[in-house]
Design a protein around this ligand. Sequence first.
Ligand SMILES: NC(=O)c1ccc[n+]([C@@H]2O[C@H](COP(=O)([O-])OP(=O)(O)OC[C@H]3O[C@@H](n4cnc5c(N)ncnc54)[C@H](O)[C@@H]3O)[C@@H](O)[C@H]2O)c1
Length: 373
Amino acid sequence: MIIGITKEIKANENRVACTPEGVNEFVKRGHTVYVESGAGCGSGFSDEDYQNQGAKILKTPEELYGKSDMIYKVKEIFPEEYKFLREGLIVFTYIHSNAHRDQTDALLENKVTSIAYEDVTDKNGGFPLLKPMSEIAGKGGFIAALNFTQKIHGGKGILLTRVHGVRTPEITIIGAGNSGLGAAELAASFGNKVTILDVNMNQLEKAKEILPPNVELLYSNEQNIIKCLRRTDVLMNCILWPKSRKDHLVSRDMLKLMKPESLIVDVACDEAGAIETCRSTTHADPVYTEEGIIHYCVDNIPAAFPQTSTYTLCNATLPFALEMADKGVKQALIDDKYLRRGLTSYEGELTLEETGKKQQRPYTPPEKVLGME
Ligand SMILES: NC(=O)c1ccc[n+]([C@@H]2O[C@H](COP(=O)([O-])OP(=O)(O)OC[C@H]3O[C@@H](n4cnc5c(N)ncnc54)[C@H](O)[C@@H]3O)[C@@H](O)[C@H]2O)c1
């Protein structure tokens, strides 16, 4: 197969889908890899690093899309890239088709076979291609908290660590999943008083096993959230809020319970989601204040740590990309039900049920389009 690795065009997106080591894995198996010039720059890889592992460098996205069987990238396809889509092309990336109707149109009209990282599952029902980025987002969210609690960065001026003779800072984390556990691990290791809340007792059990004793594990209900809001210095939201929910876990009114100039780090970043006052921000302009509470809601935290996140992302996605290259996309999808769960479009048909429902358009189950039933 011919694999094309693009240079990402989203602002501040420094990740690249594949490391030079990853390229070596394709080349060893007899595949051809094209890399767009400069694709690895933000992650610390030069064109030469890729060439040394057997890749060929192409100057423009036109050439890359035109010559490749499978485009291997990080972010969704942006409108500037729609003109490169064509029948038979395979795209393996984060797609979020339910949020981008025009992208779904472009994938279907051009009969692209697209597989979304975020929908690939594992045998435990987890999302193995989301997990590594969530962990980095949780940890990166705590690093942001270290920054935006500093007076010189507009915060109230506390150091998020245990200092003798001084009250220990309190950090509340809602959601003990991948990002919440990552945040709690760092926050606790700095000696803070950490409380993590979840509605899933199995997640709290898991948190108990892996986190140190300075982390309190609370069941997530309104009373416990209110108790935490009154005492916390930093609130971190790490839950995925269903798009259909119109209510909030932390309403605008509830912010009045918090100490002035406290910080909310909304890792989940669902616009008016679990936190009513959340709206997405960027690395260039990361914080704003509502009701006297500082909000940090950057929606691509891992982009700040490309040399870490490119490796973890590639480690997670590469086995699937190799499977598709080795077997051909159709056979790989037939053989691997976890990969098949990520199939978004196939030869002009929408195959992702939730996007069909959200965008009210017809969809066909992957098993049907693949001729398995
Ligand atoms: N900002 C970023 O850059 C970035 C990067 C990666 C992921 N994310 C987002 O972070 C969010 C969390 O991802 P994750 O992988 O950690 O999710 P996850 O599914 O691993 O964890 C979510 C946890 O929240 C818990 N939960 C659900 N409802 C709850 C409630 N009412 N109270 C308390 N806990 C509750 C669940 O039981 C689960 O344990 C997602 O929305 C994801 O899209 C953001």
